[in-house]
Design a protein around this ligand. Structure first.
Ligand SMILES: C[S@@+](CC[C@H](N)C(=O)[O-])C[C@H]1O[C@@H](n2cnc3c(N)ncnc32)[C@H](O)[C@@H]1O
Length: 312
C-alpha cells in the first residue's frame, strides 16, 4: 500500500498566522464605559473642568512641596555656607556705603536667590498695589519696575540712600519707559525726605532690613501719606519656625556685614511699633517673607481701596 503523507502539526504561531489568532480576554468594561468617556458623549465621566481642577490641585501641591524644599535648602545652604558661628547681634548702621559698593553686582547676586525662592510673584503682587502718586523707598536697583502697572501710576519718586543704587534704578526705568515724564530719582535717606509732597502709595520691598532705624522710617513715612494713602511692604525677617530663626540668628551678623541687611528682624513688631494700622498681612517661606498693607491711624479707607485689598 502506498504510504499516505503524515498530517503536519502546525504550531500555535503558524496557526495564528493563518488567521486563527487567540482572542483577547473579554473586556470587563466596555471601552466607552462611563468612567473614561468624555463628558457629553454619554453624560458621565470626568469633565474637562474637573480634569483642569485636578491638574491645578496637583500643580499647587507639587509647587508647594517644591517651594518648601527650595526655601529649606536655601536657608540651610545659607547657614552652612554663611558660617553659622555663635549668635552675634547684627548692629544697626547706615548702609549707604555698603550698597554703593554692591550696586553693580546686586542684580546678579540677588537675582539668583530670588529665582530660587520664586520672589517675582510676590513682587508682582505688591507692585500692582502702587497707584496714583507713588513713592518707592529703598528702591535699590529698581527690581520692581518690571511689575508696575504704569498706566495707574500718576507719578513715581524713587528714593534710596545709596546714590549708586538709585542710578541703577534710573537706567532701568528710562530704558523701560523712555517716554514717561513723571519719574524722579532721589539719593537720600527715607527719614530725611521733606514733607511737602504727599503720596497715595508708598512702596518698599526688602528695605526695612537695611535701615538703621526701621521704626523711625515707618513713622516718618506716615507723614508723607495723603489721607487714605497706604504703605505697601514686602519684607523679609523672622520666620514662624524656630529652626529657621536659629539659622537666621546665627548668621545675621556676618550677613549684615556683607550685605548691610539684618535678616532676622521681627517685621510685624517693627510695623506695630511705628503705629501703622495693618489692613492685610501675609507670610510665606516659613514665615520669613512678609507682605503688609497698612495705613496711618485715624485714616478711613475709601471703599474702592478696600476692594483692591480683597482681591490681593
Ligand atoms: C536689600 S536692598 C533692597 C533693594 C530693593 N528694594 C529690592 O527690592 O531689591 C535695601 C536697600 O535699602 C536702601 N536703604 C538702606 N537704608 C535706607 C534709608 N535709610 N533710606 C533709603 N534707603 C535705604 C539700601 O541702600 C538698599 O538699596
Amino acid at each position: 500500500m502506498p504510504q499516505l503523507p503524515k498530517p503536519k502539526i502546525r504550531s500555535a504561531t503558524v496557526r495564528s498566522a493563518l488567521g486563527r489568532q487567540p482572542q483577547p480576554a473579554p473586556l470587563t468594561k466596555p471601552l466607552n464605559s462611563p468612567r473614561t468617556a468624555p463628558k457629553g458623549s454619554d453624560g458621565g465621566g470626568i469633565s474637562p473642568e474637573e480634569l483642569k481642577a485636578r491638574r491645578r490641585k496637583f500643580l499647587i501641591t507639587a509647587g508647594t512641596l517644591y517651594g518648601t524644599f527650595l526655601v529649606g535648602a536655601y536657608y540651610y545652604i545659607s547657614y552652612v555656607v554663611g558660617q553659622g558661628g555663635p549668635y552675634e547681634e547684627a548692629k544697626p548702621r547706615d548702609t549707604a556705603q555698603t550698597y554703593d559698593g554692591l550696586a553693580k553686582q546686586y542684580d546678579r547676586i540677588i537675582g539668583r536667590d530670588e529665582l530660587f525662592m520664586g520672589l517675582s510673584f510676590w513682587r508682582k503682587d505688591v507692585a500692582k498695589q502702587a497707584i496714583g502718586d507713588v513713592l518707592e523707598i529703598s528702591c535699590g536697583t529698581g527690581r520692581n519696575i518690571a511689575y508696575l502697572n504704569i498706566p495707574a501710576v500718576k507719578s513715581i519718586t524713587f528714593v534710596d540712600s545709596s546714590a549708586q543704587m538709585v542710578e541703577q534704578t534710573r537706567e532701568k526705568f528710562t530704558d523701560r519707559y523712555p517716554k514717561y515724564q513723571h519719574a524722579q530719582f532721589v539719593a537720600t535717606r527715607a527719614e530725611d525726605l521733606p514733607l511737602e509732597k504727599k503720596y497715595d502709595t508708598i512702596l518698599q520691598t526688602f528695605g526695612l532690613c537695611s535701615h538703621e532705624d526701621p521704626v523711625y522710617v515707618l513713622m516718618h513715612l506716615q507723614d508723607l501719606l495723603k489721607p487714605g494713602g497706604k504703605i505697601v511692604l514686602l519684607e523679609h525677617g523672622r520666620g514662624t519656625w524656630d529652626f529657621v530663626n536659629r539659622i537666621l540668628d546665627k548668621s545675621a551678623a556676618s550677613r549684615a556685614e556683607v550685605f548691610g541687611c539684618r535678616w532676622n528682624l521681627d517685621i510685624g513688631e517693627i510695623v506695630r511699633k511705628s503705629g501703622l494700622v495693618i489692613d492685610k498681612e501675609s507670610r510665606s517661606h516659613f514665615g520669613t517673607t512678609w507682605t503688609i498693607i497698612a495705613h496711618r491711624p485715624g485714616d478711613v479707607m475709601p471703599p474702592e481701596q478696600k476692594k483692591r485689598f480683597l482681591i490681593w
